[in-house]
Design a protein around this ligand. Structure first.
Ligand SMILES: Cc1cc2nc3c(=O)[nH]c(=O)nc-3n(C[C@H](O)[C@H](O)[C@H](O)COP(=O)(O)O)c2cc1C
Length: 198
């Protein structure tokens, strides 16, 4: 069987983002487990804030189609995001809200068809004590209920993330690394099972 492909989407893309650092650590772990990985920078999609007038005048932006295509090409998606005031970041929600508005076209399915039954993993990181846990719980509901994604029950919130990485971006704490490994492994197992049955 071909390598499983994992699309990794950070919910923060600022320079020095702890979640980007965690996303890259998870990618190295996935590669060590035999998967091919791709990092998707949501900022590069250049999506405006969702606005029904923009949609009515111009349709769904090209960035939403890029997101759909990236998801279609992946066997699993891993979202790695901080929480803002206990909620997922607007960067994530805005991108997926746009995706949900994309109708099917000759070359691709509708946005919601691309996400349906796609295995999803969740990680979060924060300097705080909860590590972004609340955002993951909202995202689990959002991606399952609205997007039909198969959110794996296993997730991990990295607390005190500002102290968690060494100079190379590797997790210093063995227990934290093992938690990320377990999330990635569980997600890849689910993706393998879904791919085999498809
Ligand atoms: C608007 C805003 C709200 C935040 N709310 C929370 C929060 O509810 N819980 C939390 O743990 N951290 C919160 N933080 C702190 C972020 O976890 C911290 O800035 C983190 O480094 C952001 O992730 P990043 O490093 O990947 O950009 C908030 C930050 C911002 C900018």
């Amino acid at each position: 069987m071909d390598k499983l492909s994992l699309l990794v989407i950070p919910g923060s893309v600022r320079q020095g983002s702890l979640n980007c650092t965690l996303a890259r650590a998870a990618m190295r772990i996935a590669e060590a487990q035999g998967a091919a990985t791709r990092l998707l920078d949501l900022r590069a999609l250049e999506l405006p804030l969702y606005d029904g007038d923009i949609e009515a005048k111009q349709g769904v932006p090209a960035g939403a189609v890029e997101l759909i295509e990236a998801i279609m090409q992946a066997d699993a998606v891993l979202v790695v995001t901080p929480e803002y005031n206990g909620f997922p970041t607007p960067l994530v929600i805005n991108a997926f809200d746009w995706l949900s508005r994309a109708p099917a076209a000759a070359s691709r399915p509708a946005g919601l068809q691309a996400t349906a039954n796609k295995p999803l993993g969740l990680l979060s990181a924060s300097p705080g004590a909860l590590g972004g846990l609340r955002a993951m719980n909202y995202l689990r509901q959002y991606f399952q209920m609205a997007f039909g994604m198969l959110a794996h029950p296993r997730q991990f919130a990295l607390s005190r993330a500002n102290e968690a990485f060494d100079a190379e971006g590797k997790l210093k704490d063995d227990k934290a690394r093992q938690q990320v490994e377990a999330v990635v492994q569980s997600l890849l197992q689910l993706a393998g099972a879904v791919k085999t049955k498809a």
